[in-house]
Ligand binder design. Structure first.
Ligand code: ZN
Length: 324
């Protein structure tokens, strides 16, 4: 090796080492920065979780009903306040008075009849996932109750986590269309099939399970579809998908937001006179009252004789609206 080469090497090696040290220091600094940011995000997230749980717990405490209050809550709210509150009590009167088939606004509801004496109640949440999905799941978990979520397509990591949590905690994950835009999904049988495929594929990709239950946006008795709903029902059947309507509405999707008391009143209608009750709730950012109403509703149902709260499965008596 020439002296010249030796000299070059003796300069190059320390220079290379120094450069590596500088790069390592820079990268190390970046990692520390990123870790700090991540810690910040976690703290914000945990704070949000703690806050929402606190709000929820304080509400439950303030509004805890004694068991005796719960049993006559529906009657009380209806007789004392129903008329003046401006919510459509006539709708719910029909539920309470007719144990078999009854008719409301031209829609005939079939009351499930399994005749084994057990009243089966299915809590169903449409339109999620939302900022309240985790609160709803926490409440269901606290009471050891499984429910059914008819979800729409939301492609972000928070929603993926919520789809997954619903499945992992043993609830039923059903479809409620991908877009929930009536004009699009009900435009033609083809557009309906396209939308259904999209939500089915999304849920299968995220959870590894192919959903088999469906709730039509607006219900199968909706009067906005440009396509004959029977055609869409046939399509779902051909795909092995079972659709469910509801026979009790909590009324939480109305234009005027209801108080938790009103939602409780609506949701508890006629459960003891029916074998199968499918209650319609909503899981959207606008439905905070639903979250607050939920603990009382579950406690009231759990206090009823011979009554179970279950997730929708293939064993569930199908509740579908009659429509022209
Ligand atoms: Zn909906």
């Amino acid at each position: 090796m020439s002296k010249r080469t030796e000299k070059i090497i003796s300069i190059l090696i320390p220079a290379a080492l120094a450069l590596m040290c500088i790069i390592t220091a820079l990268l190390g600094g970046r990692v520390i920065n990123l870790e700090k940011r991540l810690e910040g995000y976690r703290a914000v997230q945990q704070l949000g979780e703690r806050e929402s749980r606190l709000v929820q717990l304080s509400w439950i405490e303030e509004n805890a009903y004694e068991a005796s209050d719960i049993s006559d809550l529906a009657a009380r709210t209806y007789s004392e306040e129903g008329a003046s509150l401006g919510y459509p009590c006539d709708e719910y009167e029909a539920h309470a008075s007719a144990p078999g088939l009854y008719d409301r606004n031209g829609v005939t509801y079939a009351a499930g009849s399994d005749s084994d004496g057990v009243h089966r109640v299915y809590l169903t949440f449409d339109d999620g996932p939302s900022i309240y999905t985790d609160d709803i799941l926490d409440i269901l978990d606290a009471y050891g109750v499984k429910a059914t979520f008819f979800v729409v397509g939301r492609e972000n990591t928070a929603s993926y986590a919520r789809y997954l949590r619903i499945v992992e905690e043993g609830h039923t994950l059903g479809m409620h269309s991908y877009s929930h835009v009536y004009n699009d999904i009900y435009a033609s049988p083809e557009s309906f099939a396209e939308d259904t495929e999209r939500i089915r594929n999304l849920l299968e990709d995220v959870t590894g399970q192919s959903p088999v239950f469906y709730r039509f946006p607006g219900g199968s008795s909706n009067d906005v579809s440009a396509t004959d709903m029977h055609e869409l029902e046939d399509y779902l059947a051909s795909e092995g998908i079972v659709y469910f309507d509801w026979n009790v509405s909590s009324g939480d999707a109305g234009k005027t937001p209801l108080t938790p008391d009103q939602i409780i009143h609506n949701a508890l209608q006629g459960i003891e006179s029916r074998d199968t009750t499918v209650i319609l709730f909503h899981d959207t950012a606008a439905k905070r009252s639903t979250v607050y109403a939920l603990p009382t509703i579950i406690e009231a149902i759990q206090a009823m004789d011979n009554t179970e709260i279950l997730p929708i499965t293939y064993d569930t008596t199908v509740i579908q609206h009659d429509h022209p």
